[in-house]
Ligand binder design. Structure first.
Ligand code: DON
Length: 237
């Protein structure tokens, strides 16, 4: 403290931009990161990595330089008790050897005679639905950027509600779903509900084997994401 105090000039304000350590821009998602890659030989990678919640367990092993996750939350500590994403776990998900955790992470390859697509996103339990919407988008003929930008909505059995991203369903669709008996959560409508304006951070690449063209899509919700196509033709023999 005494050392720090000596750096303060009591008579003159110090301009903030004289300090050397300007904050580094956020390059990655806080908890979960997804990469989708196809290289010039047609090799492909879909990887979703996570520390689970913000800063994981908040613990760094001394000298290791990385955060420990808090993935134990994806096991059911007590049967019938939801995890942080509201996903219900039972005895099959107990934190014991031979049991399975409730991961929603869904790094995905789609492959047909003519096309290969790689896609994935962070987003907890909503990941599965976001990836499914992306798969259906490709199936409907959307390009990679359109797939990454698709509006999102989600139902995960329990809680028995349809969650929606802001503006993803029209007021008319919400009205019709409610008339059918669905509970629809619209961000901002009811205070305290699990809802947020924008979900996920989809990264996706598509290779059209018929034309040999590559295309990339990066979620417009995350301004630091970037789709990079370094070659527009794969060299696959
Ligand atoms: O495996 C899972 O489903 C969760 N641990 C993923 C966490 C996550 O995506 C949080 N970030 N957005």
């Amino acid at each position: 403290m005494a050392g720090l105090r000596t750096t303060i000039n009591p008579d003159k304000a110090t301009p903030s931009d004289l300090f050397p350590n300007a904050p580094t821009p956020l390059r990655e998602h806080d908890e979960t990161t997804h990469f989708s890659i196809i290289d010039g030989q047609g090799n492909r990678v879909a990887t979703t990595q996570t520390v689970n919640l913000l800063y994981g367990s908040g613990l760094i092993p001394v000298g290791a330089g990385f955060l420990l996750n808090d993935e134990m939350d994806d096991f059911a500590l007590k049967p019938g008790t939801p995890n942080a994403f509201g996903v219900m776990g039972y005895e099959a998900n107990a934190p014991k050897p031979g049991k399975r955790m409730l991961s929603s992470m869904t790094p995905t390859f789609m492959e047909s005679k003519d096309k290969v697509a790689v896609l994935g996103t962070p987003g907890g339990s909503r990941i599965i639905t976001m990836v499914l919407l992306g798969i259906l988008g490709y199936d409907d003929g959307l390009n990679a950027q359109q797939v990454a930008a698709l509006p999102r909505y989600h139902h995960q059995w329990l809680p028995d509600v349809i969650e929606t991203e802001k503006g993803s369903l029209s007021a008319e669709t919400v009205r019709k779903l409610r008339a059918m008996g669905h509970t629809v959560i619209v961000p901002g409508e009811v205070k305290g509900q699990r809802s947020s304006d924008a979900w996920g951070n989809m990264q996706t690449v598509e290779w059209n084997k018929a034309t040999n063209a590559m295309d990339g899509g990066s979620d417009p919700r995350n301004p630091v994401g970037k789709a990079e196509v370094r070659f527009d033709k794969a060299k696959v023999h």
